[in-house]
Design a protein around this ligand. Structure first.
Ligand code: C2E
Ligand code: MG
Ligand code: MG
Length: 635
């Protein structure tokens, strides 16, 4: 309010108390999502939570279980003890159910006497275990209105993804399973599918056996060599765990590692692996071998356990192995739950002197900001990118991007699961440093590794970066006479010559082997020469592609030349001397490209080393900052 002179003298404020309205709104909102009697989420919220949980486990490739718990003979309780006691029973069951599950699980009331639980990360075996616990827990008598009441329950279990992919399907499955539990006589649990139950039983007996595996000496390690693409030499080994059981035979780690994690055995087992790997390094050193780095896989559960550091230190100390020989391999999944803690753990491991490798890169979150933050020395490109790389252009692009990004952070790159020469060649061209896979060697025993070193086994010469490989020609023509003639002609010049009868066959050859020059007929049954060369260009852009044709279908060929799919167009019949000259010239062109690439590689390498040095420097600086807090720099 203003006075006559226009000066502000007072303020007027107007208040309305909205808390009543707000409370009512909140209550209405609450009622639409929660069951008023038990305070548990209702069906609407259950549906929501299940959807969220499903999308979470899908990403993390985890299982999920839905469980329906129905109170047996609830009608009789209501009738004999009264509705009020009936309500008390519901509240008590809700309380006990909630008490029995983990934080990430949801317990909801579906209505009536039925409760549904969503258990992300729990598989069939875990659900069976929990169902047993619930039966015991709920069977404990409770005193309600001065009367002792005991209840039993019938439980149905359905598992994602086997029994359904969405909420509706899983709910239907779990209802059916619960009905079966009721018709089979109540007070029990049933799985939706019989196979599921069978699997649970098998798994249980396998888990039992796994508990004794270490004591019975059924575990051993094999080692898979990793080779350097520049020198061709073995530059690392990955220790991989094996379990051989007298009855189950050789069980895959993909199967038993998750079991060991669930049964709480992984920390002990992981410690055994660390000790054994360091022990093996010691024995190799004692045998006079030039031991390369050895990678040990560490499960996310080990990584979350604070004993890991002490275990690594003890394994190294007891065997007198230099920490720099040991790589610790972790997957992204292990790092994302508690980033600050995990970052600190990684730094502690680095301080010990071990190296760090990020396994299965590309399958998890692959968050760039975290990648930059974590002090990894190496990332391993997951097999799934390598598997189809010879035929999948977008995988090729991805690999190139991953490599240049990793180099930007000063990390080395190794490709996993390299099975063919063509895959190896693509990795080399993508400037990847190392490969690991069946192409060079499967995982082999301690002794076989020693033999491999004695024989100085290496990658084949022609695959090495610094060597000039034997020029390779691929000739594609549907006429055998022409193939034979060209083969005779070029053999004199010392080329390796491959042949194919059609475009499809040509592509198959390219997927297997490195080729420098492709000479293709134009008119062939199936794919035309130009179309074949177009595909070849997409997948193997570095090849030099030539059409040799009796027909001058100018239009299609001109188009192909203009878009760069074809380097030269030559006509049949050809002049031997001129053709040889053309090929020689094309090869020279190709060699210039190759030399350029090698230069690029060297620049890349130097850059990567610079980046790595930079990161180390930054880490050092960080250590010397008091309390890790940055001080303003004066420069
Ligand atoms: P990983 O660490 O990604 O190991 C690579 C897997 O790829 C190994 O399977 C290896 O045998 C396989 N492999 C290598 N080269 C090729 C190839 O050219 N083609 C194909 N198709 N596969 C190839 P493996 O030995 O069955 O191990 C599977 C997974 O089990 C490992 O994946 C790792 O995650 C886990 N694992 C193995 N040993 C240990 C261990 O000691 N501790 C822990 N925590 N996990 C382990
Ligand atoms: Mg690994
Ligand atoms: Mg891997």
């Amino acid at each position: 309010m203003h006075d006559a002179a226009g000066l502000t003298t007072h303020y007027v404020a107007n208040f309305t108390d909205l808390s009543g309205v707000k409370d009512a709104e909140t209550r209405a909102d609450w009622l639409s999502h929660f069951d008023s009697m038990t305070g548990l989420p209702n069906r609407t919220l259950l549906q929501d939570r299940t959807r969220q949980a499903l999308s979470m486990v899908q990403r993390a490739q985890q299982p999920l279980t839905l469980m329906l718990v129905s109170i047996d003979h609830f009608g009789a309780i209501n009738e004999t003890l009264g509705h009020q006691t009936g309500d008390q029973v519901l509240i008590e069951v809700a309380r006990r159910l909630t008490r029995s599950v983990r934080e990430q699980d949801t317990v909801s009331r579906l209505g009536g006497k039925e409760f549904v639980m969503v258990l992300p990360g729990t598989d069939g075996a875990g659900a069976a275990h929990l169902a047993g616990e619930l039966q015991t827990e709920l069977a404990q008598p409770c005193t309600l209105q001065a009367q002792e009441v005991r209840v039993t329950v019938s439980i149905g279990i359905a598992c994602y993804p086997q029994d359904g992919h969405d909420f509706d399907a899983l709910l239907k499955a779990v209802e059916l399973a619960m009905r079966r539990a009721q018709t089979e006589g109540h007070n029990q649990f049933q799985f939706y599918s019989a196979e599921m139950y069978q699997k649970v039983l098998e798994r249980e007996s396998m888990t039992q056996a796994l508990r004794q595996a270490m004591a019975l000496e059924q575990l051993h390690l094999v080692y898979q060599p990793q080779v350097d693409l520049q020198s061709g030499q073995v530059c690392g080994l990955e220790a991989l765990l094996r379990w051989t059981h007298p009855q189950f035979g050789a069980v895959s780690p993909a199967q038993f590692i998750p079991m060991a994690e669930q049964a709480g055995l992984i920390v002990g087992m992981g410690e055994w692996v660390l000790r054994r790997a360091c022990g093996d390094i010691r024995r190799w050193l004692d045998h006079g071998m030039a031991v390369p780095t050895v990678s040990v896989n560490v499960s996310p559960l080990q990584f979350r356990n604070n004993d890991l550091l002490a275990q690594v230190r003890a394994a190294l100390d007891d065997t007198q192995v230099a920490p720099g020989l040991l790589y610790i391999e972790v997957t992204e999944g292990a790092l994302m739950d508690d980033v600050p803690r995990n970052e600190a753990m990684l730094r502690e491991l680095k301080k010990l002197g071990t190296k760090l490798s990020l396994d299965d890169f590309g399958t998890g979150y692959s968050s760039l900001s975290y990648l930059k933050r974590f002090p990894f020395d190496q990332i391993k490109i997951d097999q799934s990118f390598v598997r189809d790389i010879t035929s999948n252009v977008s995988d090729q692009m991805l690999v190139k991007v991953i490599v240049s990004m990793a180099h930007g952070f000063g990390m080395r790159v190794i490709a996993e699961g390299v099975e063919t020469e063509a895959q190896c060649e693509i990795m080399r061209n993508s400037l990847c440093e190392e490969i690991q896979g069946y192409f060079f060697s499967r995982p082999i025993s301690f002794q076989d590794i020693e033999a491999l070193f004695l024989q100085h086994r290496q990658l084949p010469e022609h695959l090495l970066r610094l060597q000039r490989p034997q020029p390779t020609l691929l000739v594609v023509d549907d006429e055998p006479g022409i193939l034979a003639a060209l083969k005779r002609l070029f053999r004199r010049d010392g080329y390796a010559i491959l042949t194919a009868n059609s475009g499809d066959e040509g592509l198959a050859v390219l997927a297997r082997q490195r080729v420098d020059i492709i000479i293709s007929d134009q008119r062939m049954p199936g794919m035309t020469g130009v179309d074949f060369l177009r595909s070849a260009k997409k997948l193997y852009p570095e090849t030099i592609r030539i059409v040799l044709s009796g027909y001058t279908e100018l239009q299609s060929v001109t188009a192909a030349i203009n878009e760069g799919a074809v380097y030269r167009f030559l006509t049949k019949p050809w002049d031997d001397q001129a053709l040889r000259e053309q090929i020689r010239e094309a090869l020279q062109h190709r060699q210039v490209v190759e030399e350029n690439r090698q230069l690029e590689m060297q620049v890349h390498n130097t850059n990567r080393e610079l980046m790595a040095a930079n990161r180390q420097l930054q880490d050092l600086l960080q250590q010397f900052r008091p309390g890790g807090v940055a001080r303003p720099t004066q420069s």
